[in-house]
Design a protein around this ligand. Structure first.
Ligand SMILES: [Zn+2]
Ligand SMILES: [Zn+2]
Length: 445
């Protein structure tokens, strides 16, 4: 841990010649240099932490070793750590005088899939998931987030003469299943501990390392899961007149429902329905009794979502009615709400990050995947969620101009962030974001 002697504030004299300002501005250039030096010095330890977590991933609510590893890191830094918040979650608190509480969140979980990157530190771990043996891999990059989280904590402690208040670092289980943030909230993360004044989270993605993308408003999509059971009346495939064919009903629904997307929702509004699974029947010559259709519905705006849900339900019922079948069972479960970034939090962080990253800090459109960080936002924490890139800029350029291969996205078995520049950018961006929030608060805004 490094301690920096001089406060990194531009003196009043530099800010204004004769009139004292109500506050001093953060000296971002000097802070950035100090953060970079700190991260460079810490990197070997963070690299080892990243590769260890990467090689030994754990699935939702099973992140026992991962959580223990992070708890040890944070305790060594002097954080007060509480384990098992929301089953396998962690809360790490560090008090540094009077001031606001700023939350930084990481996820803990990995995915039930086989990693095929061929990296020396690739995961070969297996576990049992829903009764079946599966490989486990950090193919969403949550391991990068964990290294960022620990690195940001270290960096902020090295700069603790620059801020006053409380750091609330939370490590959330089960993001991939959309249930971990809810579990932490239900277990009192904001009541047993405290409700933060500002929250930050980040996600890595398949764009150039060194880049930071942000969104002033909607950050990610609302996700609903769709389960429809179409009921028919089974019988012989050669005598369909004696049956009600649920395969036909499901097929008709799957095609017709896309007209809800193209005809009922505004063409400039984001909305997607993808059917990911159809289960029905056993044999070529048997018409089954029922067919199960599973899908995902994504949207940004509640009014667009409501229209899509109504259209989907109507189409399912109509498809069944056309065959004189009983009404289908339709279940829509909201998995995650859209993440809404707080304009004031984003504005103050963006001001600092623009100075630090220049043109590598970019406003971007919302992303269509979903993120249960929205649970913390909706629990009343004004927040900012941003994205960092993971690949070599040259490879990204070649992929975008067609001279190189497409780069594997998150959830691909080939997703392989370049660790050092990705982790360093994440720590730099997150540290500056947290400092901007402390600074904003100190100035009474
Ligand atoms: Zn994911
Ligand atoms: Zn993720």
């Amino acid at each position: 841990m490094k301690h920096l002697a001089k406060p990194f504030l531009v003196s009043a004299a530099l800010c204004m010649a004769t009139v004292l300002p109500a506050h001093a501005e953060l000296d971002v250039a000097r802070l950035k240099a100090a953060i970079e030096a700190s991260v460079e010095a810490d990197y070997p330890g963070l690299d080892a932490l990243y590769k260890d977590i990467h090689a030994h991933p754990e699935l939702a609510f099973e992140e026992v070793k991962t959580a223990a590893r992070l708890a040890a890191e944070m305790r060594a830094l002097g954080f007060e750590v509480t384990e098992k918040v929301g089953k396998t979650g962690l809360v790490a608190i560090y008090k540094n005088g009077d001031g606001p509480t700023i939350m930084v969140r990481t996820e803990l979980d990995a995915l039930p899939m086989e990693e095929k990157t061929g990296l020396a530190y690739a995961s070969r771990d297996k576990t049992t998931w829903n009764g079946r043996e599966t490989f486990v891999a950090h193919s969403c990059g949550h391991d990068i987030h964990m290294a960022n989280w620990v690195g940001t904590a270290k960096t902020l402690l090295g700069l603790k003469d620059q801020w006053h208040g409380t750091l609330m670092f939370i490590a959330q289980p089960a993001e991939e299943t959309g249930t971990g943030a809810k579990a932490m909230l239900a277990d009192g993360v904001f009541t047993r501990f405290r409700k933060p004044d500002v929250g930050f989270g980040l996600h890595d993605g398949a764009f150039a390392y060194g880049m930071v993308n942000y969104r002033p408003g909607i950050g990610s999509s609302n996700a609903d899961s769709l389960v429809i059971k179409f009921h028919g009346r089974g019988g012989h495939g050669a005598a369909p007149q004696e049956t009600i064919d649920p395969v036909m009903i499901a097929a008709r629904f799957i095609v017709d429902v896309q007209s809800v997307i193209s005809r009922e929702k505004g063409p400039t509004e984001f909305g997607v329905l993808s059917i990911g699974a159809i289960h029905g029947g056993t044999s070529p010559n048997i018409i089954p009794d029922d067919v199960l259709v599973l899908g995902t519905i994504r949207s940004f705006k509640p009014e667009v979502r409501a229209r899509m849900l109504a259209g989907i339900e109507r189409t399912a019922k109509a498809a069944a009615a056309m065959s004189d079948a009983p009404a289908p069972d339709i279940a829509v479960t909201e998995i995650a709400k859209a993440v809404m970034n707080d304009p004031a939090v984003v504005e103050s962080a963006a001001k600092v990050m623009k100075v630090a990253f220049g043109e590598k800090f970019e406003a971007a459109p919302p992303v269509t995947p979903s993120e249960d960080f929205s649970e913390f936002v909706n629990a009343g924490v004004p927040s900012m969620f941003f994205n960092i890139g993971v690949y070599e800029p040259e490879r990204v350029a070649a992929a975008s101009n067609g001279t190189g291969p497409e780069l594997p996205p998150n959830h691909s078995p080939l997703f392989a962030p370049v660790p050092k520049p990705t982790i360093e950018t994440g720590i730099k961006a997150m540290t500056l974001a947290v400092l901007s929030a402390f600074d904003q608060h100190a100035r009474g805004k």
